[in-house]
Design a protein around this ligand. Structure first.
Ligand SMILES: Nc1ncnc2c1ncn2[C@@H]1O[C@H](COP(=O)(O)OP(=O)(O)OP(=O)(O)O)[C@@H](O)[C@H]1O
Ligand SMILES: C[C@@](O)(CCOP(=O)(O)O)CC(=O)O
Length: 502
């Protein structure tokens, strides 16, 4: 019998490419975050290995009120049935579908005998998300703590939210995608559908691709629509330049029931109809991603509907705008990648350049005449990054104005303008679909710099004094891990306690 399986997946920030990434002709710049969702799969208490009938899977989300679900399983040679034990109890479509389709796939790959054997002791699953996925304003104010990064580090991990899932204030990091990806990945490992080392290599293994395809499918099914899928791809593969998959690949599976034996052929990593691209990307060293929740919240689906309608009704103008935005998005990602390469090639010059730029206003970056040649190239490249981020903001604003939706509303514009004028801030914008939701910034994070002198500290000071919008920082920064990761329960602070206390 397998021991516990603990798997985590990161959250996401779509730094550039909102709306464009819905179209396979364009790509998005996706950064995965250090904030993660955890799925802990443990053999249940069945009574000394004697199978209990029916087999049961219990799932708990201890951060929420009324968030536990029990499912009865019936495994035959041709099908697995997953039924909620108490049909009148609260439902969780995302969790239910993740179990239903992962077990159906496991039956196809492993056969009924193997599946029954692995499940004979039942399963207990606990789902936990890092605090960053949910607004911590109430927690901070109940502890008389100001909304700062330092205060956030003082909060216990995996804090209960005190509300049912449907009422929680999310921060937009892609909770459902990270949840589904960690859950299906943990189950695929636990049920031996994919090899134990599937999540160890830097380059995506067949097992990781299989988990991605399944997570992408389950997430689309649970959401009732096929989005671009950048959030699931970030959860599976980490930071990347993402180009979407053709929705037709899963069209035949988008129904309440699927024909026995049909999942493996479609979801298999060897199915060439999966045509998404996840090209390597990461932020340059000593450049820090900063995120803030602006606590006004926006309704992404309604923004998307209006923008896509405008695009359809104004095809020519939209093509020009989309192409222009795309050129700036590409420039942003390519310049950031160039900086990573320069940092690797000339580490000392890079360190000195970052240290110098982090102390002065952006308008002065190019003013210093005494740079050695390599540093001058680095400064110019940082200037290019800044210009691209600004051009993206300008054209995203234009997209909002033309389609009548607040992609970068005036309140966000004022806040972002103030942030990017701060010494040591490279650029910023509204992530994803925009709206009154969140902002992101790229700030220098020089090594050997006292905390008080860090650009992040200056930004925090600005945020804490900002009164037009309530700005609350998020703790997470970029995760360099390439997506899904296998964890050791005891190594994640607070995770074991949160599971045991569940
Ligand atoms: N911690 C959790 N435990 C169990 N189910 C969860 C949890 N978090 C999210 N879910 C499931 O995901 C659904 C929320 O999906 P929704 O699409 O609203 O999130 P999202 O848009 O991914 O959030 P975000 O704003 O973080 O991007 C919930 O209704 C629930 O079924
Ligand atoms: C507008 C869109 O391109 C991005 C939405 O991103 P977010 O959920 O606002 O981070 C939609 C999508 O890609 O599915």
């Amino acid at each position: 019998m397998a021991a516990s399986t603990v798997v985590s997946s990161p959250g996401k920030v779509l730094m550039a490419g909102g709306y464009l990434v819905l179209d396979p002709a364009y790509s998005g710049v996706v950064v995965s975050t250090s904030s993660r969702f955890y799925a802990v799969v443990q053999p249940g208490a069945s009574g000394h290995g004697v199978p209990v009938r029916p087999i049961q899977i219990s799932v708990r989300s201890p951060q929420f009120v009324s968030a536990s679900w029990v499912y009865d399983l019936a495994v035959s040679d041709s099908a697995v049935r997953v039924d909620q034990h108490d049909p009148s109890g609260a439902k969780n479509k995302f969790v239910h579908l993740a179990l239903d389709r992962t077990l159906a796939l496991a039956l196809e790959v492993k056969g009924a005998t193997s599946l029954q054997h692995t499940l004979s002791n039942n399963l207990d699953i606990t789902i936990l998300g890092d605090n960053d996925f949910y607004s911590q304003r109430a927690q901070l104010s109940s502890r008389n703590l100001p909304p700062t990064l330092d205060s956030l580090t003082k909060l216990p991990p995996f804090l209960p939210t005190g509300v049912p899932i449907s009422q929680v204030h999310k921060t937009g990091l892609g909770s459902s995608a990270a949840l589904i990806t960690s859950l299906v990945s943990a189950l695929l490992l636990h049920l031996n559908v994919i090899p134990a080392d599937s999540f160890t290599s830097e380059t995506p293994s067949e097992g990781r691709k299989f988990a991605h395809n399944l997570a992408q499918y389950v997430h689309c099914l649970a959401q009732g629509k096929v989005g671009s899928g950048f959030d699931v791809s970030a959860a599976a593969f980490g930071s990347q330049l993402y180009t979407r998959f053709n929705p037709e690949v899963i069209q035949g599976l988008m129904s309440d029931t699927v024909a026995a034996g049909s999942l493996n052929a479609i979801l298999s990593p060897s199915n060439v109809r999966w045509n998404h691209k996840a090209e390597p990307f990461q932020l340059p060293p000593q450049v820090r991603l900063m995120l803030a929740d602006v606590d006004a919240g926006s309704d992404t689906p309604s923004l998307v509907g209006k923008v896509l309608k405008w695009r359809k009704d104004n095809a020519e103008a939209a093509k020009t705008l989309w192409d222009t935005l795309d050129s700036h998005n590409q420039a942003l990602s390519q310049k950031l990648l160039k900086l990573s390469a320069l940092a690797a090639q000339y580490p000392e010059e890079y360190k000195n350049t970052v240290k110098y730029l982090s102390t002065i206003q952006p308008v002065q970056w190019l003013a210093y005449p005494g740079f050695p040649e390599q540093s001058r190239i680095m400064v110019e490249t940082f200037v290019d990054v800044r210009k691209s981020a600004q051009a993206i903001r300008t054209h995203m604003c234009e997209m909002g104005t033309l389609s009548g939706v607040p992609i970068e509303p005036p309140e966000q514009t004022q806040l972002l303008d103030a942030c990017i004028s701060t010494a040591g801030v490279i650029g910023g914008g509204v992530p994803g679909a925009g709206g009154y939701d969140a902002i992101y910034l790229l700030a220098f994070d020089p090594v050997d710099c006292p905390a008080a002198d860090l650009p992040a500290t200056r930004v925090e000071r600005l945020w804490s004094k900002w009164t037009d919008l309530s700005v609350s920082p998020l703790l997470g920064s970029e995760s360099l891990a390439k997506g899904v990761r296998v964890e050791v329960l005891e190594d994640i602070p607070g995770l074991k306690e949160a599971v045991l206390g569940a």
